[in-house]
Ligand binder design. Structure first.
Ligand SMILES: Nc1ncnc2c1ncn2[C@@H]1O[C@H](COP(=O)(O)OP(=O)(O)OP(=O)(O)O)[C@@H](O)[C@H]1O
Ligand SMILES: [Mg+2]
Length: 373
């Protein structure tokens, strides 16, 4: 499968939903909060996040810089380090072997070792920071494979490594290379292949293609999708580039100021996003498949998490903001097969309340004597 021939967003919303509903839940995230405890104060970079991921699903997570994407991804993989700490919530992982679901938040480092690589693996933005520069590629693959499955013989592990590398378009003879002998794009692909070495159920990817050029990005995404189709793992794919996610994801979660503000299928977010921030992000990153048009940036800048505005944190930048948006935080509510945290669409206000908010009385809602109406 290639991006150019079968972009996933050509599937209708109903098709995506029905495919996902046929698949069991893999990860169920409830009320997840992550804080950075700093001298300047507590930064809640991941605020009450709820997400559900099905087996084999590609879930995109998009948002501007500092929206909390990496914080969320690191928390899902229990990779965060001080000063970050998960302060509330659950990350329920449902093993594909049918054993009882387990809350990853409560596991010790030793217990987590049974999940890393074999059930959950990670691909970060910088391959050179993840690959060991002084160990040949082949050895890095066979180490990972044999550590997690000691019964596999060296020759068999090497054959698996060769197959994985070939799957991402790298010749097997590069197994003898050191990482620095590969181009940046090849390193990134090698890291993706390595993440698949123990046949994980879930691969967490944080901006895996941001450091490579657009042509290489396409090749890598094609290979990730082909590998995903063949091996069936689920992916959480973090990037600021919503247009990229619209092409590869089943569902997308949009983050702003540490909160998830919209969740929907790629098909819906492509055509009728419910949240003004999603629409603004979409206009800032138009899909490559669409005719060239003027880009519109998002005015203003993301909120300071140490000094959040009252109400919806996007309200100060939102062209559609109503008085209530500056006073109350909208709830993330189920709406039309997705979720939205915007008073305009989440059903929190009645039609009448919405009409008053959108067209407030000119005298501020007071009668001629100054009494509130
Ligand atoms: N080590 C840290 N100490 C204190 N605050 C941090 C730390 N790491 C991240 N933050 C804060 O947490 C918030 C979210 O950061 P995060 O890296 O998760 O954002 P992001 O969406 O991944 O951004 P980017 O697109 O730039 O990678 C930001 O306000 C950031 O300043
Ligand atoms: Mg990040």
């Amino acid at each position: 499968m290639t991006l150019t021939t079968v972009p996933q967003h050509l599937e209708t919303e109903a098709e995506i939903i029905s495919r996902l509903e046929d698949s069991p839940v893999l990860l169920d995230v409830r009320g997840l909060c992550v804080d950075y405890v700093t001298e300047a104060g507590n930064i809640r970079a991941c605020d009450d996040v709820d997400l559900t991921l099905r087996r084999g699903e590609i879930l995109g997570v998009a948002g501007e810089s500092a929206s909390g994407k990496s914080t969320l991804l690191n928390a899902l993989g229990r990779l965060q380090r001080m000063p970050a700490a998960t302060s509330a919530g659950e990350i329920r992982f449902h093993p594909t072997d049918g054993t009882e679901p387990v809350d990853l938040v409560g596991l010790t480092e030793d217990e987590l070792a049974a999940y890393r690589w074999t059930k959950i693996s990670v691909v970060m933005q910088s391959a050179m920071a993840s690959l060991n520069p002084v160990i040949r590629l082949g050895e890095q693959f066979t180490d990972v494979i044999r550590t997690h499955n000691p019964r596999i013989r060296q020759a068999e592990a090497r054959a698996q490594a060769a197959e994985l590398l070939t799957m991402v378009g790298i010749s097997a003879d590069r197994l003898t290379a050191f990482p620095f002998q590969l181009s940046g794009g090849m390193q990134q692909r090698a890291l993706i292949a390595l993440s698949l070495a123990c046949d994980p159920d879930l691969v967490l990817m944080d901006e895996p293609t941001t450091a490579v050029d657009v042509v290489m990005q396409r090749q890598i995404l094609d290979q990730v999708l082909a590998a995903q189709e063949r091996l069936g793992f689920a992916v959480v794919f973090v990037t600021h580039d919503l247009s990229l996610l619209l092409e590869i994801s089943d569902r997308i979660a949009i983050m702003y100021g540490g909160k998830v503000v919209e969740v929907g299928t790629a098909a819906r977010l492509h055509s009728t996003a419910k949240h003004p921030y999603t629409r603004a992000l979409r206009n800032a990153f138009p899909p490559l498949s669409e005719p060239v048009r003027r880009l519109s940036g998002i005015p203003g800048s993301p909120p300071d998490l140490l000094d959040l505005p009252p109400g919806c944190s996007f309200a100060p930048r939102c062209a559609a903001a109503m008085p209530i948006c500056h006073q109350r935080v909208p709830e993330l509510r189920d709406i039309d097969q997705g979720r939205s945290a915007c008073f305009l669409t989440n059903g929190e206000l009645s039609e009448q309340e919405l009409a008053v908010q959108q067209h407030p009385p000119l005298n501020g809602g007071h009668d001629e004597e100054g009494e509130a109406l």
